[in-house]
Every structure is written in structure tokens, then in C-alpha cells.
Design a protein around this ligand. Sequence first.
Ligand SMILES: [Zn+2]
Ligand SMILES: [Zn+2]
Length: 190
Amino acid sequence: MLEGFQTAATFGLRLFGVFLAWTLLMYLMHRLAHVVHPANPLWRIHLAHHRVPYLSMPDRSHWPDPGQFLFWLGSWKLSLDVIISMTVPLLLLTWLFPAEGLTLLVVHYLYEVFLSETRLDHNPRIKGHLTRFFAWGHYHLYHHVNLKRNYGLIVTWWDWLLGTARMPDEHRIPHLIQKRQQRLSKESSA
Ligand SMILES: [Zn+2]
Ligand SMILES: [Zn+2]
């Protein structure tokens, strides 16, 4: 009984450690994707994510589209963006820590299919204390306004530690996002 508890506790601790490493790698990949330079393919791919008009998407609670179950997020750039910044770092960790990595791969899959997009990451109704710890709602939406802040994915910790966190002014967020998106769509149609 005690042995079983110890094994579970050890696994839990290791799982948390691998999760920490994964969130750090995602943070770094996302930050790298924001190095604006013609020779940076990550930026060209990631730009597709910033062009999605999340605030004007009609329904925030619909069942995921069939393609989403296959990690098709609407275009090859949007899918590749998630695979490069989230899946590849986790596959690397899975190679080093198979049991913990496989567990997190399941979490990653379910999160991407059911929870990211407009449910958590881009849900303007999520604000306040929760967004101090989780990169959801207003916290992540502020990244869509200010591309030099709030790089953290899923959690905010690395932004706080590395000096890139910014808690947005809740009332101005929707207005700022709309302005930013109008500018991006003008740029892309020019
Ligand atoms: Zn970004
Ligand atoms: Zn986003």
C-alpha cells in the first residue's frame, strides 16, 4: 500500500517536472517565433495564428470540427505552428522520459482539440486571478495586442520569471485586439 503511494507520488513529481520543462520549451519556441526577420520561418508560420480574428468568431462553444481531431487547425500554417511550438518539444521530452511524456501527449491532444482556441486560450470572458497562473483569456489575448508580452502557453510562470509578463487592463482588451487585427488584415491584404 505504502509502496503504491510512493510510486504514485514519485510519478506525480516527475510528471510535474516534465510539465515544467515542456512549458519552458513552449515559451522559448513561441518567443523565437516572434523574432521578426525574413530569414525566420517560425515567424512566417506563427503570423497565421495572429491573423485569426478570435474575437469575432461566431460560436465559442461548438463541438470541434472533424479536422481538429486530426490536428488540422484550419490551414497548414496554423497546424504546423502548434506542432512546432508544442508537439515537437513534447516529443523530445517523451524520448527522454517516456511514461511522463506519453501522459502529457494525451493531455496536449485533448487540450488542443477541446480546450484551446476560443474555450480557454482566446476566451474574452476569462479574466482576473485565474489569468495570473494560466495563459488563458485576457492574459493570452493581450499577447495578440502586444506581441512582445505574454509568450507563455497554458501557464504564465515563465513570463513572470523572465520579465515578459503583463497583466492587461481588462476594459481595454477587446478594443485593443480589434484595432490590432484590423491592422494585421490591412497589412496582409496590401
Ligand atoms: Zn504569438
Ligand atoms: Zn493566440
